[in-house]
Design a protein around this ligand. Structure first.
Ligand code: NAD
Ligand code: TYD
Length: 356
């Protein structure tokens, strides 16, 4: 089996769902269930023996050691993190704890476990670290996109904590020989994303008749990748990535925030028209995020050249699917907004007890 950390979050849960849709290799899903962890996303796996969920903190070394000893995974895919830049500005401590100390704890646990494996199990073991393009810092408008050799220049507490975790992963390979692969991906969007990030926030606010808050002048540029394409890139890196290497993952799709919001409004105008006029009327300019990076862009040629990976979705197809998904899943959104999803574990297990 494989061990996944953070598999109840946005990308981790999409990864687990995709993995089990494509193969029968079981997944041990280790997640602390912070505000960002939502087991309701994994409800379709209820009763599926291939999915083992364990609520645990990646900073808890004894717990991680015990899980490795009990389940003996052939690989660890590490998603668990605090992931929202705005939250990192208000409370950086949790970012240092989970992203730096948590990754350190996992690396040490992985090293202890891996060093006792032998033969094929030892040779085949992998630690795949899921990271972000934000570690590279901000690009000038005409600068070339980030390659894997771009200097690390993180600017937010979030990106600094992810950069620190990337350095630890690199060092555990160079010093101890731990078989690691790192992926640095651009902004993801798609089903099950917590509505604090730009795209789901705009969809949900638009439908609720609320303001669509644009930071600054709305001309900050990000590269956007449909989440299922990120999942396929991680699968490729896990299967064939060269040890100790990093792979940039991106959608070849740079867009200013304002264009993203206009695109969402246009799709909603078509699929769920307002009583009067366009959703663009709800666009509101608000105070900029402190230290707001101006531009990110990914050069994803290395992963294409070495692993044959390219995104399957264009932004046009991916954003349409995403808007449609949020329209079709008002219940999921409602539970996230009311906080009811946090009771999912007790409701879910209560139902099982009743059925038993
Ligand atoms: P998310 O915030 O939606 O989910 C994070 C998950 O980690 C949650 O389920 C949470 O409960 C869990 N978690 C947090 N702290 C934990 C701890 N101490 N122990 C165990 N579990 C813990 O994040 P996401 O958007 O799914 O991102 C997943 C990974 O991908 C992160 O490492 C992030 O840096 C990286 N990434 C995200 C994006 C993006 O656009 N969202 C882009 C590139 C890379
Ligand atoms: P976000 O989804 O928070 O991702 P990140 O900061 O990790 O790139 O934000 C994406 C972009 O959208 C970023 O430039 C900030 C901007 N933004 C807004 O303009 N308004 C918002 O309400 C949010 C959440 C983000």
């Amino acid at each position: 089996m494989i061990l996944v950390t953070g598999g109840a979050g946005f990308i981790g849960a999409n990864f687990v769902l995709d993995w089990l849709a494509q193969c029968d290799e079981p997944v041990l899903n280790v997640d602390k269930l912070t505000y960002a962890g939502n087991l309701e996303t994994l409800a379709s796996l209820d009763g599926d023996q291939r999915h083992v969920f364990v609520q645990a903190d990646i900073c808890d070394r004894a717990r991680i050691d015990a899980l490795l000893a009990e389940y003996r995974p052939r690989a660890m895919v590490h998603f668990a993190a605090e992931s929202h830049v705005d939250r990192s500005i208000h409370g950086p401590g949790e970012f240092v704890r989970t992203n730096v100390e948590g990754t350190f704890t996992l690396l040490e646990a992985a090293r202890g476990y891996w060093s006792q494996l032998d033969g094929e199990a030892r040779a085949g073991f992998r630690f795949l670290h899921v990271s972000t393009d934000e570690v590279y810092g901000s690009l000038a408008p005409d600068a070339p996109a980030f390659t894997e050799t771009h200097p690390y220049e993180p600017n937010s507490p979030y990106s600094a904590s992810k950069a620190a975790s990337d350095h630890l992963v690199r060092a555990w390979h160079h010093t101890y020989g731990l078989p690691v692969v790192t992926t640095n991906c651009s902004n993801n969007y798609g089903p099950y994303q917590f509505p604090e990030k730009l795209i789901p926030l705009m969809i949900v606010n638009a439908l609720a008749g609320k303001a669509l808050p644009i930071y600054g002048d709305g001309m900050n540029v990000r590269d956007w990748l449909y989440v299922k394409d990120h999942c396929s890139a991680i699968r490729a890196a896990l299967a064939q990535g060269r040890l100790g290497e990093t792979y940039n993952v991106g959608g070849w799709n740079e867009m200013p925030n304002l264009d993203i919001v206009h695109t969402i409004c246009a799709i909603l105008d078509e699929l769920r028209p307002r009583a009067e006029g366009s959703y663009t009327a709800q666009i509101t300019y608000v105070k900029d995020r402190p230290g707001h990076d101006r531009r990110y862009a990914i050069d994803a040629r290395k992963i294409e050249r070495e692993l044959g990976w390219r995104p399957a979705e264009t932004f046009e197809t991916g954003i349409r699917k995403t808007v449609q998904w949020y329209l079709d899943h008002a219940g999921w959104v409602g539970n996230v907004q009311s906080g009811a999803y946090r009771e999912w574990v007790s409701r879910n297990y209560a139902a099982r007890d009743a059925a038993a």
